[in-house]
Design a protein around this ligand. Sequence first.
Ligand SMILES: [Fe+2]
Ligand SMILES: [Fe+2]
Length: 235
Amino acid sequence: MSQVLIDLNKDSKLPSAWYHVGSQKILDEILDDIPSKEVFLPQILSCLEQIHNLIKETSTHSLPTGLHLGRVGRLGAIIAQRAQLEWKERLECLYGGWIHDVGKIYIPEHILNKPGRLTKEEYELIQGHVTYGCELLRDYPHLQPFVDPVKYHHERWDGNGYPHKLKGLDIPVTARIIALSDAYDAITSFRPYPPYQRTHEEAIEEINRCSASHFDPHIVDVFCRITQEEIEATL
Ligand SMILES: [Fe+2]
Ligand SMILES: [Fe+2]
């Protein structure tokens, strides 16, 4: 049985729209697996506070992006748990997922929410969120262990991602997981243009179609064994 070591609900800094009961459970389960918690706990807590502030800032700029950060981190941590990763990588997926798009603070909201097709220039500007996020996080030395999902979540298994064009196992596993969690959330979330919002089944179909091209096929297999109910509990 997990013990509540960090009470997320008590933290008044947490944006209420972002709070999700699943966050507590997932973080608590990771903490349960740390052999000597007293060594790591102060740093884990101080990182959580910094992450809260970053999510708050992102939510103020773009609430849909802030909410997306919450869901992608939770789902990423569930995938990492099912892939039987160690607590450090599970925490990296949770925390790294929570900050993966923090660079979107620098992208004008009207471009983030633009209905319809983006121009080439707008698309390139949005792609810059990866670099902007990494630059922003240089001011947060304690968050460096969680930067891989920020830096590499738009890399693709086949090497056609951005900005580093890493391929296959050269992409850190936490970033391969967040890439999938990110895509699932993007597919199933409402968008102001057709097809607006796709179902869980449609998302699974799309993810399977992109296995071994966009996504790590092993992570896709792990993901497809998670039930719809389990995934929806993290949303
Ligand atoms: Fe992104
Ligand atoms: Fe994202």
